[in-house]
Design a protein around this ligand. Sequence first.
Ligand code: ASP
Length: 430
Amino acid sequence: MITHLKKISLGNWMLIGMVLGVIFGFFLNFYVSDTFIKDIILINNVFYIGGTGFIKLMKMLVVPLVFFSIIVGVASISDIKKIGTIGGRTLIIYLITTAIAVTIAILIASTIKPGEGLNLASVTVANVTNNITMSDTILNMIPENPISSLANGDMLPVIIFGVIIGIILAKLKEETKLVNRMFVEGNRIMMEMTHLVMKFAPIGIFCLMAKTFAGLGLEGVIPLGKYVGCVLLGLVIQAFVIYPSLMVIFTRLNPIKFFRRFISVILFAFSSSTSNATIPLNLEKLSEMGVSRDVSSFTIPLGATINMDGTSIMQGCAVMFAAQAYGIDLGTSALLTVIFTAVMASIGTAGVPSVGLITLNMVFGSVGLPTDAIGIIMGIDHLLDMFRTAVNITGDAICTIIVSFKNKSMDVDVFNGKKKPPKEFKNLLS
Ligand code: ASP
């Protein structure tokens, strides 16, 4: 029995925590009338401590995780100047596709309105950032006092500060080898801590779901279902409308041919929920499609680190879901801040399972939304993580094809199946 339980993956435990939490919440809502047991002991103490405690643990990770990951990411692309046009083009395409992704998510979620009917309005939402102008947003990004930005969790200045440190480390190379190593190891520690915290996720999710559904009853299920629908719709549009259109516009290559050959990479990303682990397979498939390794060996690892279009779709939908649930009308400048922060969060999201959920705190924080709503969507996040990771790595591959084509380092005949890939494309990873 115990060995069977040990075989269940963390993602499935999270799902089990969610389902049990919903069932237990319903049970309390419909069958328990004793206020002392229901409200005082369970809802306001046991579930409150379990759920809010877990959210606090997640928040503990955000600042150091993003800070280290940005520094390490930027410092490692030191030869961006050398790569010149490839680096510039890749960066621009990555950032633009992510901005498109989050915009699509916001549009879908403002049309379908998944959070309506959830009425979480009892929470104080006094500090939602609606009145901040665009110039304030830009000025607020400058890390006037980086230590206080780190302490207050102001993510944009923290990111800018991290990027500057990364660039300097890349420039000074040997001179700052030790400090660079310290950040690399710091990053490693934060990844390990994330694994540790995520082990508590099933219990945290159980408590959050039980607390929510004990108060909400059945009307809580429909918004959650709508939220999943919004994210999936956004992912489908990004993968099957935006990417193929970009491919046709910039390369005139046939996207169907791409998807037919790329399906195994998609399935791997789907089942593993990690862009990082998909890097080798992605590189191999692109080589088989005639993409030069000169380009892909730079763009694919970079994409797995900074280009998370699927993740930003989830984050865009989650922000709208929470805003609607709290009855907050996000104005244009707040939405622009969300788009901008989600693009930044995509850079700060490591390509491993569930990190998108942690950087979501940062997107919520950018407009002052209460992060409690993250608890509600956390239970179904494992399922969405599988789908969004598949989109994340598809985006990396499409951008790589575009850059490689524009750079004249792609063999179109190989892509079209008229020619076999040259020998050096085979077993590249062995
Ligand atoms: N699992 C995602 C990836 O590896 C990241 C996330 O959205 O949590 O691409």
